[in-house]
Design a protein around this ligand. Structure first.
Ligand code: GLA
Length: 384
């Protein structure tokens, strides 16, 4: 019996009714665009978080994790901002949000096994939320996994758990990726209307690999920097008289920028508007099989995030510069920034050499050893 089911049996004295799982993600491009009503292009990772679960007769949630030595018990009706605290907020918050959305949910016994690297900017929290949401949908007969609309409802509940219970003011990209991304495809996500398009993404046909490097530099989305970027975008949109920065036509960007009162707001706006435009340029380049152009756009995105949005850091820049110096077609930070992971587009034959060069550059700079691994586009939340 797998360790997850074994632990469940030992903890709850019964076998789980099922096991559900959901993936982490890397975003190919479209960073800090989701809360601006913009476009993003994530893929689901092969790394998944599993959730073994059974329904209870009461309104208690009993939550245990293979990775944490803690066992948390909370009543669904007691879940509120900051309660429970820590990682269990992502589990309890999902049940809370589904109940708020009008779905009849009760208590659950839950054991989770998180295989998405923690704190690496690869959306381990969204993977956890979405694995629990998938379990709840099936166990309470909600049927929300069966359609794209239903999956969007689950993704929205997961985002609400993160925003309102865990207190991280994130957009919805990570949860949408975990619910909608499919194998061998990138997900073009329109964050204004929630529309999704599957874009074929199979680098092996080009003898290329997507190398992810977890810099292991700490990042925390709940800290002030992410929220400060969001606030700047809302302020700029307000001054420009639009609902979202998405509404600024890239061709009219210069006219918009002169209306903004300071350089910080101008740079934040320039990043968002140019980054949204780069998403469809990458989609077109992928469809044309022009991977050199994809690499060029990755680099433009990184420069914009580093210089205009100011969310990169020494470690992320070092991965990008080293990978490119070693012949990568392009590289960029991925996710919220301030640490976390970077991605590089690398010839399959060069993966080990580029990974070793990144490790050597970190050692020379006396930084914590990074972890590099190549990934392919995997599938969405599902029952195992
Ligand atoms: C984090 C957030 C996402 C998104 C990215 C930046 O991953 O959770 O909502 O804003 O940062 O693109």
């Amino acid at each position: 019996m797998p360790r997850l089911a074994q632990t469940f049996l030992a903890r709850f004295d019964q076998a789980p009714e099922g096991v559900w799982s959901a993936p982490g993600r890397v975003n190919l491009i479209g960073e800090h665009t989701d809360y601006n009503g913009g476009l993003a292009l994530p893929i689901a990772l092969p790394h998944r978080t599993r959730c073994a679960a059974s329904v209870r007769d009461d309104d208690l949630l009993q939550i245990h994790s293979l990775q944490e030595d803690s066992f948390v018990e909370v009543r669904i009706y007691d879940v509120a901002a900051g309660h429970p605290a820590g990682w269990t907020a992502y589990v309890a918050g999902v049940l809370w949000a589904l109940r708020k959305a009008g779905y009849a949910v009760r208590g659950l016994n839950v054991v989770v096994d998180g295989q998405v690297p923690l704190g690496a900017g690869l959306s381990s929290s969204a993977a956890l939320e979405c694995s629990v949401a998938a379990a709840a949908s099936d166990l309470f007969g909600l049927g929300l996994l069966d359609s794209a609309e239903g999956r969007s409802v689950l993704a929205a509940a997961c985002q609400r758990a993160e925003n309102d219970i865990a207190g991280a003011p994130t957009g919805g990209m990570d949860q949408a990726a975990a619910m909608h991304a499919t194998e061998k495809h990138a997900l073009r996500l329109d964050c204004r209307d929630g529309a999704t398009t599957q874009v074929p993404f199979d680098l092996s046909a080009h003898d290329l690999a997507l190398l992810v490097t977890d810099t292991r530099a700490s990042h925390a989305l709940a800290d002030g920097q992410y929220g400060a970027r969001r606030d700047s975008c809302e302020k700029a949109a307000d001054i420009l008289g639009v609902e979202f920065l998405r509404d600024i036509d890239p061709a009219a960007l210069d006219e918009a920028l002169v209306q903004l009162p300071d350089d910080v707001l101008r740079r934040r706006t320039r990043h968002v508007v140019t980054e949204i435009a780069r998403v469809d340029e990458v989609v077109d380049a992928l469809r044309d099989g022009d991977l050199a152009e994809v690499g060029r756009l990755f680099l433009a995105s990184h420069a914009s995030l580093r210089d205009d949005y100011e969310v990169s850091c020494t470690e992320l820049d070092l991965v990008v510069d080293t990978a490119v110096g070693e012949g990568a077609l392009g590289a960029r930070m991925t996710g919220g920034g301030f640490g976390g992971s970077a991605i590089a587009l690398v010839a399959v034959a060069d993966v080990e050499r580029v990974s070793a060069a990144i490790a050597a550059a970190f050692a020379a700079a006396q930084l914590t050893a990074p972890k590099s691994f190549s990934v392919t586009a995997a599938g969405p939340a599902a029952r195992d």
